[in-house]
Design a protein around this ligand. Structure first.
Ligand SMILES: [Mn+2]
Length: 200
């Protein structure tokens, strides 16, 4: 278990939050600040041979967990379980919420983000998506990213899905670790209603 406390983020007053905004990306400074802490903690846990379970915040924090994980396992593949594609940019996001932009940030699609991309879109598969912007679907099509509709994510299909996933990720048979990035809204709202962004 990795615990990253970011009390300043949690108690930011309105003035701090406004100062943390950038055009088209709400709370950018705060999100990046907590992501960097999480990045260090995730990297440290993995280097100590631990198995990190990262809970918290919203899916914007995957910027930190995946960046930290990629420092230790640069070839790791990512399974993104979410109702959303999370690859918005300030130009495509209707809300400017950073929780819709972590994949864009990790994959180098975010303008004016000075860090190098850590996630190849060839190393990403989506599960459960059912709410997205047109630009995000275009990204999936352009990069041929496999995605599984929530209606096909059924226990009976898991063995077949696993074969398909392995074929996509490891065409030459050489395997690499997986990282699972899970947003609770990937679960149908009839199963789990307590999410800020329920999707049926
Ligand atoms: Mn989501």
């Amino acid at each position: 278990m990795v615990a990253v406390s970011n009390p300043k983020c949690n108690t930011s007053n309105d003035k701090d939050i406004v100062q943390g905004h950038m055009p088209g990306r709400k709370n950018w400074n705060n999100v990046i600040s907590s992501s960097q802490r999480l990045e260090r903690s995730t990297e440290r846990a993995l280097r100590h041979g631990l198995f990190p379970l990262v809970f918290g915040g919203d899916h914007s924090q995957a910027i930190g967990s995946i960046t930290g994980m990629k420092k230790v396992y640069p070839e790791a593949r990512v399974l993104w379980i979410d109702a959303h594609i999370d690859a918005n940019t300030p130009a495509s996001s209707p809300s400017s919420n950073m929780h819709g932009m972590p994949v864009a940030t990790l994959a180098g699609l975010m303008p004016n983000y000075e860090r190098k991309p850590v996630l190849s879109l060839k190393h990403l598969i989506y599960f459960g998506i059912r709410s997205y912007e047109p630009e995000e679907i275009r990204m999936i099509q352009k990069h041929r990213i496999p995605w599984y509709d929530s209606r096909v994510c059924h226990p009976d299909r898991i063995p077949d899905m696993k074969r398909e996933i392995d074929k996509h990720f490891f065409p030459d048979g050489q395997r690499h670790p997986y990282w699972i990035s899970f947003d609770i809204d990937g679960v149908d709202k009839s199963e789990f209603a307590s999410t800020g962004t329920p999707e049926g």
